[in-house]
Design a protein around this ligand. Structure first.
Ligand SMILES: [Zn+2]
Length: 223
């Protein structure tokens, strides 16, 4: 009753389409959940996200949940996740994504889910790592533990991931590092919000490969 009253005055809005959420909806409305543009890439190794890494770095499999386009609902969701403090968007999308990955023959026998880490300065500014919240959602639906204490980011600079696209061999370990032996030889699901050039994921994967890991990749959106 009181909740209904507050909803009337301050309606909770869907982070995808801005329509008022129904009582049983959280963060994202049902019509967004049903209608967002899924890629279906997790079923096919010859998908465009996986191909981003071919000839660059030994990623076992890569996929994205949704297609990204400008001014789309997917963009709205990522905007809320990254810039408006609604970290729960990551959890909800991660959980939904996990149900799909559970149906994929390629995403099996994974030991740890590892979110792409933020540098500690950026983490302080944003207050949370958006990819970590995606990882928590994936962890729930896939029943795989999240590891956030092994892979870390050394460099604060965004431009450095771009540089590494061209000088990648010299730069292995320059941007990311591994701080303990917990993930040695493990099968890792590396998680990020968006894949575009693949440079960040490539840099992470390089250091994980040095620890004899197998690396699979999952991102919410493919731009
Ligand atoms: Zn919606």
């Amino acid at each position: 009753m009181i909740n209904d009253f507050f909803n009337l005055i301050f309606p909770r809005l869907c982070c995808g389409c801005r329509s008022a959420l129904l009582k049983n909806e959280q963060i994202i409305c049902i019509s967004c959940v049903v209608g967002l543009p899924k890629t279906g890439f997790h079923k096919d190794k010859e998908n465009p996200v996986n191909k981003v890494f071919w000839g660059r770095v030994d990623v076992e499999m890569a996929t994205s949940f949704y297609f990204f386009s400008k001014k789309s609902k997917v963009q709205n969701l990522l905007h809320h996740l990254k810039y408006k403090g609604v970290k729960e968007v990551g959890f909800v999308l991660g959980e939904l994504f996990g149900f799909e990955l559970n149906e994929s023959e390629f995403y099996k026998d994974i030991d740890f889910i590892i979110p792409v880490p933020l540098h500690k300065n950026k983490l302080k500014r944003r207050g949370y790592n958006q990819s970590e919240w995606i990882a928590f959602g994936l962890s729930k639906s896939m029943s795989i533990p999240v590891n956030t204490n092994s892979l870390y980011r050394k460099s604060d600079s965004e431009t450095q991931t771009k540089k590494s696209r061209y000088n990648r061999w010299e730069n292995v370990g320059e941007i990311f590092g591994v701080s303990n032996n917990e993930i040695e030889g493990k099968r890792i699901l590396l998680v990020d919000d968006v894949v575009t050039t693949g440079a960040t994921i490539e840099a992470c994967t390089q250091v994980l490969l040095q620890k004899n890991c197998k690396v699979l990749v999952a991102t919410i959106a493919y731009a």
